[in-house]
Design a protein around this ligand. Structure first.
Ligand code: GLU
Length: 377
């Protein structure tokens, strides 16, 4: 059955995106009231055991204000200079408010290359996971200062979907200056209605989303729909709601019917497994012993430990997709390996408790986690 609003109560890892227009006034000054409320709300959700990730725009807008410019510069170096000035101020403000609520935050600046290059993807993912496991709230923005044109995402709506993909989030909430998706542009069509739920992003929806947004923000509805499309096709649900509503994030996570919910047809695990089975490039082979083969078949997919590995073929890095092969040479499964081929040569056949001694470090007990393994038969 497709996801219902009530099911959002179960969302654990949640990416919240706030636009410049939500946290700054039109004159570029920071809206401390909203930033404080956001920090308080996310800290409270974090205290409930959720894993919150904030994607925040506003670097350019805050920089424009700090430099005393009448408007956002038109040139790229002009905007980059504003972002360089504003990003520090933005983080300072978040640090101050989150600290009030006893919450540690971290600045994470990314570019599109984190998505395009496997090494960078794995590296970014590992850093995010480390922060999440340490109960830190990552505050993410695009690295505007260095992002070259061809590597620029350009808007934080798409960035939030990308981050959700990297961290395997359950849900993305985009807080905006609109209440959600309308049947038509509400500024020109007063009878336009708010759409509560979208199960399929049709070409009509894409066309009706139109162009750019407010004077301080970048995206408008168009980039939000792109983000929704990218999130839902990779198994992640997404809600667009107004950032000016009180406690919008908590209310959405309480199953309340606010904003527009874009429903993903499959869940993240199903998506991940499908991608592993059919989409991923296979970089090598891990041959498992009889005991491991039986355990995998019997359980319908368990984690693979070093002790069950007989041999390794190919030259691959940690984070690569590998074939899991039986001793008879049958491809049993595919999975994402936590260790490189060189590391596996050293730890194959060993107990997990020996990994640290053998490698000098231990990131994981298992070589392939059960969630990262798909059985082929
Ligand atoms: N990264 C830009 C900033 O922080 C904003 C991009 C956007 O508005 O979507 O100013």
């Amino acid at each position: 059955m497709l996801l219902q609003r009530e099911d959002l109560k179960k969302a654990k890892r949640v990416v919240v995106k706030v636009g410049s227009s939500t946290i700054t006034y039109t004159n570029g000054k920071r809206n401390y009231f909203r930033i404080d409320r956001l920090a308080r709300e996310l800290s409270d959700l974090q205290n409930q055991g959720k894993e919150m990730i904030l994607v925040s725009s506003g670097a350019v807008a805050v920089g424009v204000d700090r430099l005393g410019l009448p408007e956002k510069p038109k040139t790229i170096p002009g905007k980059q200079a504003c972002a360089a000035v504003g990003q520090g101020l933005l983080m300072h403000t978040y640090e101050k408010f989150f600290a009030e609520y006893g919450q540690i935050v971290a600045q994470v600046l990314v570019t599109r290359s984190e998505m395009l290059d496997r090494h960078r993807y794995t590296n970014a993912r590992n850093t995010f996971m480390e922060l999440i496991n340490r109960r830190v709230i990552p505050i993410v923005n695009e690295n505007d200062v260095v992002a070259l044109d061809e590597l620029k995402i350009g808007d934080n709506d798409n960035l939030s979907a990308m981050v959700a993909n990297i961290v395997d989030a359950d849900l993305v909430i985009i807080l905006s200056d609109v209440d959600g998706l309308y049947t038509a542009n509400p500024q020109t069509h007063p009878d336009a209605k708010l759409v509560d739920r979208v199960e399929e992003i049709t070409p009509e929806i894409e066309a009706s989303a139109g162009g750019a947004g407010s004077s301080v923000g970048t995206g408008g509805m168009c980039t939000k729909i792109q983000a929704a499309k990218s999130a839902t096709t990779s198994g992640i649900n997404l809600v667009i709601a107004s950032g000016s509503k009180n406690d919008a994030v908590s209310r959405i996570l309480n199953g309340e019917n606010i904003g527009t919910l874009f429903v993903s047809k499959e869940n993240r695990l199903q998506f991940r497994k499908r991608w592993l089975a059919f989409g991923a490039k296979i970089s090598g082979k891990v041959v498992v012993d009889d005991g491991c083969e039986k355990a995998i078949r019997k359980s319908g997919g368990c984690s693979i430990l070093p002790v069950g590995i007989k041999s390794v073929e190919g030259d691959f890095d940690a984070g690569s997709t590998v074939s899991v092969v039986t001793e008879a040479g049958h491809e049993l499964a595919r999975g994402l390996t936590h260790y490189s081929s060189a590391e596996l040569q050293t730890i194959k056949g060993a107990r997990s408790s020996e990994i640290e001694h053998l490698l000098g470090h231990k990131a994981y007990d298992e070589v392939i986690h059960r969630d990262d393994l798909v059985i082929l038969n």
